[in-house]
Design a protein around this ligand. Structure first.
Ligand code: MG
Length: 172
């Protein structure tokens, strides 16, 4: 009898906010007078999603796959990095059940963009829109995020895989 293996993943990222950069979340640009600093395009939410799915699959992390020391990833489209990471996770036999995400920043407000961000991530991950949820929070004026110097993203995901054999303890 086959077994169904389920694994949870956690991703977290933080980027400094600076003038003259686009503010990107899940491939969607939010109207803002500052955006994420980064070697790539700085899309903090997409980076956390990549780490969550790679972690759940046991395939490493974003820094190993796309080292910031490599010129190839300079100004890279983070949604393209997600497409690559998602391909590796699927090649390893995993299916994404769902993602739940929290973005913390003082401004801009995430809610008006929420549906577009969820749809954008769901499209690249090839999952139903209902499988991706995004919440926006503030940091109550405290710390680097609270004073508008940074934006943070936290993501959990669930992956599942069916195996033809009984799962061994090492799979669970
Ligand atoms: Mg990052």
């Amino acid at each position: 009898m086959g077994a169904r293996i389920i694994r949870v993943g956690l991703g977290r990222d933080l980027h400094r906010l600076v003038p003259g950069r686009p503010f990107l979340l899940g491939g969607v640009e939010l109207l803002s007078d500052q955006g994420e600093w980064g070697h790539s395009d700085g899309d903090v939410l997409t980076h956390a999603v990549i780490d969550a799915i790679l972690g759940a699959a046991g395939l490493g992390d974003i820094g190993e796959l796309f080292p910031p020391s490599e010129a190839a990833w300079k100004d890279a489209d983070s949604m393209e990095l997600l497409r690559i990471a998602c391909g590796l996770v699927k090649e390893a036999g995993w299916q994404l059940i769902n993602l739940d995400c929290v973005v913390t920043c003082e401004s801009p407000k995430v809610l008006p963009y929420r549906d577009r961000i969820q749809a954008s991530l769901a499209r690249v991950l090839a999952v139903p829109r209902m499988a991706v949820f995004v919440k926006g929070k503030t940091h109550e004026g405290l710390g680097a995020v609270g004073t508008g110097q940074a934006v943070e993203a936290l993501v959990v995901c669930l992956l599942e895989k069916s195996t033809p054999q009984e799962a061994s303890p090492g799979d669970l």
